[in-house]
Ligand binder design. Structure first.
Ligand code: NAI
Ligand code: MG
Length: 492
């Protein structure tokens, strides 16, 4: 039984079951999920294995082919998504609080996320009515030819812990808009919001088997889903290492795959920029969600003439951020998600220091009153860093930012692109020509000029190079869930 935890309607002391074929199913094996701010157990969660994944895939296949779901019209699917959005809006506070309790993100941040996700569901509701093929004009006058857009089928999704509700809604929205079905495997550090979303889907009237959630470990439930021959399309968000293993497993039975694998995104500050706005945004770009953001701007390239002054300005702002339990409404940065993630961040910091970098803010884990039961690391700004240091090459997923001076535009483009990753890139300048040039020359799925991490349901997002392939959000996201069939009808 769970230890006492902050009052939350979902934290009722009951073990959390799997959701398969519209039924809640307990397992013998369970694991604990904890609050990273204080180490308290929040709940025990079902530890799904290959057997439960198989049952969920079968349920998703049945729902895709038989029963009510294949007969849902675009208008029906739109209404369903609008209903789900309304319910999420109704329960917004519960969802915000569960993510804060389970993975540490400040409540202000999780509240903001839920509001954006309600909007995202309404966007997909509209897209359910916007699926269209084309009519061609073959040169043979007796031939009629058109394309049909058909749902790709049973989808699988394996998601990370840094935005559990966000990732769940982002995977479910296009599935419901297109008429696919889904088996979702949450991250072991953040199972609760996905399970609450399943309850909401049930209430909204999502037919049994259309949305299934199998909680469990990556090496068990995750690997089984990646390898399962009954999945038509798999979406994965997480580390590049796990992404490679999943791509190999998915390749064995040629399922379609989209990957979002994070990065080491450059944020480039030219001396002519609005340096106030650039510094404020650089702090958010690197440290929001304690740096546990796939597109975090962690390589801060600053034009030599203003480098030191700018680095100090960023460090000063970082030092004003209030670090603590995410449930406190005044908290700017919460804990890291787990002891494991804290150890990883500390390891990178030690490495950077040994390699000659200096922290001008942060740099050591926080302990003492309010911190000693949790996994807290302060926002850290490095100077004396070099492009070839491990902490500057690898994704850390923690609040560590390296400032790197540069002198010319060509030089900074070359250095910004000299990474295996290509997810996001920021550019700060008042020079319009330069904004256009860098917008094209930076090898990243998104380039933000005089802003960072801008997001809209209509704008595709995804990676180049080792940051993955496929796009989420926008029409491109729908396309990932649709097959194109060419239909030919001869009138001869
Ligand atoms: P991970 O990539 O191993 O985990 C993500 C998801 O994959 C989880 O649901 C996990 O259960 C599942 N998984 C793990 N091994 C699997 C396997 N063999 N087959 C199928 N599924 C599997 O990430 P982890 O270990 O939680 O974090 C490690 C690092 O990954 C972080 O430090 C960060 O650099 C990166 N990361 C990047 C994210 C992003 O959004 N780009 C999100 C989370 C982590
Ligand atoms: Mg946790």
């Amino acid at each position: 039984m769970s230890a006492p935890s902050p009052a939350h309607p979902f934290l009722d002391g009951q073990p959390k079951a799997l959701f398969i074929g519209g039924r809640w199913q307990a397992t013998d094996a369970v694991f604990e999920t904890r609050n990273p701010a204080n180490g308290q157990v929040l709940a025990t969660v079902a530890r799904g294995t290959a057997r439960e994944v198989d049952a969920a895939v079968t349920a998703a296949r049945t729902a895709f082919e038989d029963g009510a779901w294949p007969r849902f019209s675009p208008a029906d699917r739109q209404r369903l998504l609008l209903r789900l959005a309304d319910l999420l809006e109704r329960d917004a506070e519960d969802f915000a609080r569960i993510d804060t309790l389970e993975m540490g993100s400040p409540i202000r941040h999780t509240r903001g996320s839920v509001a954006l996700l309600v909007d995202l569901l309404r966007y997909y509701a509209g897209m359910a009515r916007g699926i269209e093929g084309l009519t061609a004009q073959p040169s043979d006058p007796d031939m009629f030819a058109c394309t049909l857009r058909e749902p790709v089928g049973v989808c699988g999704a394996i998601i990370p812990w840094n935005g559990p509700l966000w990732a769940s809604v982002l995977k479910l929205g296009p599935v419901l808009a297109t008429g696919c079905t889904l088996v979702l495997k949450p991250a072991e550090d953040a199972s609760l919001a996905p399970l609450m979303l399943a309850r909401l889907a049930e209430e909204a009237g999502v037919p049994p088997g259309v949305f299934n959630v199998v909680t469990g470990f990556g090496a068990e439930a995750g690997a089984a889903l990646a390898a399962h021959p009954g999945i038509d399309k798999l979406a994965f968000t997480g580390s590049d290492t796990t992404g490679r293993a999943i791509a190999a497993a998915a390749g064995a039975n040629l399922k379609k795959l989209s990957l979002e694998l994070g990065g080491k995104s450059p944020n480039i500050i030219f001396a002519d920029a609005d340096l106030d706005a650039a510094a404020r945004t650089a702090v958010i770009a690197a440290f929001a969600n304690s740096g546990q953001v796939c597109s975090a701007g962690t390589r801060l390239f600053v034009e030599q003439a203003v480098h030191r002054e700018f680095a100090e300005r960023v460090a000063r702002i970082a030092q004003t951020l209030r670090i603590g339990d995410g449930m406190d409404p005044d908290t700017d940065l919460g804990p890291l998600v787990s002891a494991r993630q804290l150890a990883r961040v500390c390891g990178h910091m030690d490495d950077a220091r040994t390699a000659g970098a200096t922290a001008i803010s942060g740099g050591t884990r926080l302990d003492g009153a309010g911190y000693d039961q949790g996994f807290f690391f302060p926002p850290t700004v490095l100077v004396d860093a070099r492009d070839d240091m491990r902490a500057v090459r690898e994704e850390i997923f923690g609040p560590i930012l390296a400032t790197l001076p540069f002198t010319t535009e060509d030089e900074v483009v070359t250095r910004a692109n000299a990474t295996p990753f290509g997810l996001g890139a920021g550019v700060w300048t008042r020079d319009v020509g330069r904004a256009h040039r860098l917008g094209r020359r930076l090898r990243a799925g998104s380039v933000w000029v005089n802003c960072y991490n801008a997001i809209d349901p209509a704008m595709p997002s995804g990676g180049m190079k080792a940051s993955g392939y496929g796009r989420e959000y926008g029409r491109a996201h729908l396309d990932e869930h649709l097959e194109t069939k060419s239909l030919w009808i001869s009138s001869r």
